[in-house]
Design a protein around this ligand. Structure first.
Ligand SMILES: NC(=O)C1=CN([C@@H]2O[C@H](COP(=O)(O)OP(=O)(O)OC[C@H]3O[C@@H](n4cnc5c(N)ncnc54)[C@H](O)[C@@H]3O)[C@@H](O)[C@H]2O)C=CC1
Ligand SMILES: CC(=O)C(=O)O
Ligand SMILES: [Mg+2]
Length: 568
C-alpha cells in the first residue's frame, strides 16, 4: 500500500477554500475538515469518496454533445477541483487524451477569446517589458516552480498563429506532464509571450484578448525572449523551461542559444525528433532495413520536420560511423517549393540548409513535386510535417511501395484534419504492407482479417519522461546524450519488438505512458550523471536501476486528496 499522503497546511476557510482548485474536495470533504474549516452549510450533507465523484463527473462528461463542449467541461472541472479532474482523466486516459490535447485543444485555442471564462497562467506582453520579473514572480516562491511551459503562439500545432490563445497549449502540455509523469500541478507555470499576431481573424475580432497588432520580430523580439529567460531563471532558479510552438524562424534559433546555458527543451524540435526516431527504430526492426541504409523523405521541413531529420541524421551517423554531413545525404527535405536545394540557400533556415542538396545531383530530374522525388529517391521512410491534408496520395504511396518491401509512412501533422494521409488508406493502398504512425490519434484499421494498431507518434510520448528526469536530477542543461538515452528507452518499449509484422503498433499505447515514462526518466537521469550535468549528488540517487525507478515512482504526484491542517 502507498504511504498515507502528508497533510497540507492552509489558512483558507469557508468559500475561499471551496474556490481554491488545489485544495477543494467538494463533496469529499470529511466531517472533521467541514468543522475545522467552517464548511457546514456550504456543502450538501452527504460525504462522498473520490471514486464516487469521478463516476458522477464521467456521467456529466459523456452527456456533453460535442468534443469542444467536453473540453470546456473538463477545463471548468480543473478550475474547481484539480484532484478530481486528474483522477477522472487518469481513469479514462485514452478516451479523454484527445479532448484535452490534440485535436480538440486546437479548436479551443482557435476560439480562446470566444470561450474565455477566467484567466489561467502568466501573460507577458512585449509592450510592457519592464514588468516581466514582477509579473513572473507573483506565482510562487523561488523554490516552488519545477517547470515552465512557454509559447509565443506563432505556430500552434498545425493551425498557425494563435496569438494569446497559446496560453492554452502551455496549459495543455503541463497537464500532460501531470497526467503522464506526475509533475505536481501546483509546481508548474504556463506562460504566453504575447508579441502580437498576424492572424487576420484575431486582428479583426473585437473580442480578441491579446495584443491586437502585427507580430513583432527582430531585435525587439529577441530582447523580450532574453528578458523572459533571465527573469524566469531569477524568479525560479530550478525551473526547467519547455519551449512550445514557436515559429520556424525562432524555434531552433532560441533553442541553440539557450540550451548550452540552462535546462531547456524545444518540444517541437527535440520532443518530436525523439519520439519519431523511436518509432522509426521499431519500424526498421520490422522491415529489417539497417539504419545505416535508411533513405528518408521529410515532407514539410519546418521546426518538426528538421528536428526529426536531425535526430535521424545523428542516429545514422552513430550506427554507420559516417560523419553527420555524410549521414545527412540519406535525407531529402521537401518544402513548399519542392526539394530543398543549395541554390536557394538565401531563403533557408540554418536547420534546412544542413539538408540542402547539390543542384547538380538533380540537374535533369524533376524536383518540384513529391511524386517525382519519391520516384527518384525510392525512400524507405516518408514523414509528413507539412500541415497539408491528403498530400500523401494513393499514387505517391503506391510508387513508394513499389520500391521497398515495407514502406514506413508517418503522417504527423496535427490536428487530425491536417493529416497527410488516413492510416486506413495507407494500409489498403499498400495491401497491409505500410508501417504507419500518426501525429493525432486514429482508430485501429481492420484489413483482410488483421487489426492494425495505429500508434500515435506524438511528442507527448517523450517530453514528459524527459522532463521528469531533468527535474528530478536537477539537470543544469539537457545534453544530447540524455535525449539519445530517452529515445533508446522508448524504443525498447515498442510493441513491435514482440510482433514480427508490426500490426500491434510501433510505439507504446497512451495507457502505458506512466510506466514508459519511468523508464525514460531513469535513462535520462543516468545519462545526466554520466555527462556530469546532474545538479544532485550521486549519493542522493539510488545506484541500482530498479531502485532508481522505485525512487522516481515515489516522487510522482498522485491524484488523491490529502488531509488539510490549519496553517500556524
Ligand atoms: N506529431 C507530433 O508530435 C508533432 C506534430 N507536429 C505537426 O507538424 C506540423 C508542422 O509543425 P511545425 O514544424 O511546428 O510547423 P512549421 O511551420 O515550422 O513547419 C511546417 C512546414 O511545412 C511547410 N509546408 C507548408 N505547405 C507545404 C507544402 N504544400 N508542401 C511542402 N511543405 C509545406 C512549411 O513551409 C513549413 O516549413 C503541424 O501540423 C504540427 O501539428 C509538430 C510537432 C510535433
Ligand atoms: C504535438 C505538437 O507539439 C504539435 O503538433 O505542435
Ligand atoms: Mg507543438
Amino acid at each position: 500500500m502507498s504511504p498515507s499522503p502528508s497533510p497540507i497546511p492552509t489558512h483558507l476557510t469557508g468559500l475561499s477554500l471551496l474556490h481554491n482548485p488545489t485544495l477543494n474536495k467538494g463533496s469529499a470533504f470529511p466531517p472533521s475538515e467541514r468543522t475545522r474549516f467552517e464548511l457546514h452549510g456550504l456543502l450538501p450533507q452527504r460525504v462522498q469518496t473520490l471514486e464516487q465523484q469521478v463516476e458522477r463527473a464521467y456521467q456529466q462528461f459523456v452527456g456533453k454533445e460535442s468534443d469542444i463542449a467536453k473540453n470546456v467541461f473538463l477545463t471548468s472541472l480543473r478550475e474547481q477541483d484539480e484532484v478530481l479532474f486528474y483522477a477522472l482523466v487518469l481513469e479514462h486516459l485514452k478516451e479523454m487524451f484527445s479532448i484535452i490535447y490534440t485535436p480538440t485543444e486546437g479548436e479551443a485555442i482557435e476560439n480562446y477569446s470566444k470561450i474565455f471564462r477566467r484567466p489561467e497562467g502568466c501573460f507577458l506582453n512585449i509592450e510592457d517589458q519592464g514588468r516581466i520579473e514582477t509579473d513572473l514572480s507573483k506565482w510562487a516562491s523561488p523554490d516552488q516552480v519545477d517547470i515552465i511551459v512557454v509559447s509565443d503562439g506563432e505556430q500552434i500545432l498545425g493551425i498557425g498563429d494563435q496569438g494569446v490563445g497559446a496560453i492554452l497549449i502551455s496549459i495543455a502540455k503541463l497537464m500532460i506532464y501531470t497526467l503522464c509523469v506526475g509533475i505536481d500541478p501546483s509546481r508548474t507555470l504556463p506562460v504566453v509571450l504575447d508579441v502580437g499576431t498576424n492572424n487576420k481573424d484575431h486582428l479583426n475580432d473585437p473580442l480578441y484578448l491579446g495584443l491586437q497588432k502585427p507580430r513583432e520580430s527582430g531585435e525587439k523580439y529577441d530582447v523580450f525572449v532574453e528578458r523572459f529567460v533571465k527573469a524566469a531563471k531569477k524568479c525560479y532558479p530550478n525551473a526547467y523551461i519547455h519551449f512550445e510552438d514557436f515559429g520556424l524562424n525562432n524555434a531552433k534559433r532560441i533553442l541553440d542559444k539557450y540550451s548550452p546555458q540552462i535546462a531547456c527543451f524545444n518540444d517541437d524540435v527535440q520532443g518530436t525528433g525523439c519520439v519519431t526516431l523511436a518509432g522509426v527504430m521499431a519500424a526498421l526492426r520490422v522491415s529489417k532495413v539497417p539504419m545505416e541504409e535508411l533513405r528518408l523523405v521529410a515532407f514539410g521541413a519546418g521546426s518538426a520536420g528538421t528536428g526529426i531529420a536531425d535526430q535521424i541524421k545523428d542516429a545514422i551517423a552513430v550506427e554507420s560511423g559516417k560523419s553527420k554531413e555524410e549521414a545527412a545525404k540519406q535525407i531529402w527535405c521537401v518544402d513548399k517549393p519542392g526539394l530543398i536545394l543549395k541554390s536557394k540557400k538565401d531563403q533557408l533556415t540554418p536547420a534546412q540548409l544542413s539538408f540542402a542538396r547539390e543542384d547538380s545531383e538533380w540537374k535533369d530530374k524533376d524536383h518540384s513535386d513529391l511524386l517525382s522525388i519519391i520516384k527518384e529517391v525510392k525512400p524507405h521512410l516518408l514523414i509528413g510535417t507539412s500541415t497539408q491534408p491528403g498530400a500523401f496520395t494513393r499514387e505517391i504511396v503506391q510508387e513508394m511501395a513499389s520500391h521497398v518491401e515495407r514502406p514506413i509512412i508517418f503522417p504527423l501533422s496535427n490536428p487530425t484534419r491536417l493529416h497527410e494521409a488516413h492510416p486506413k488508406d495507407l494500409i489498403e493502398w499498400t495491401d497491409g504492407k505500410a508501417l504507419v504512425a500518426t501525429g493525432s490519434p486514429f482508430d485501429p484499421v481492420e484489413y483482410k482479417g488483421t487489426t492494425y494498431s495505429i500508434s500515435e507518434c506524438n511528442n507527448s510520448t517523450t517530453f514528459p519522461g524527459i522532463g521528469l528526469g531533468v527535474i528530478l536530477c536537477k539537470a543544469k542543461r539537457v545534453a544530447e546524450s540524455m535525449l539519445v538515452a530517452a529515445i533508446k528507452a522508448l524504443a525498447e518499449q515498442a510493441p513491435a519488438l514482440k510482433d514480427e509484422d508490426g500490426a500491434k503498433g510501433l510505439l507504446p499505447d497512451v495507457n502505458d505512458v506512466r510506466a514508459v515514462s519511468v523508464e525514460i526518466a531513469a535513462a535520462v537521469i543516468r545519462a545526466a550523471q554520466k555527462e556530469e550535468v546532474a545538479g544532485i549528488g550521486e549519493d542522493e540517487v539510488p545506484g541500482d536501476d530498479e531502485e532508481l525507478k522505485k525512487w522516481i515512482r515515489g516522487r510522482m504526484w498522485q491524484a488523491r486528496y490529502r488531509p488539510l491542517v490549519k496553517a500556524e
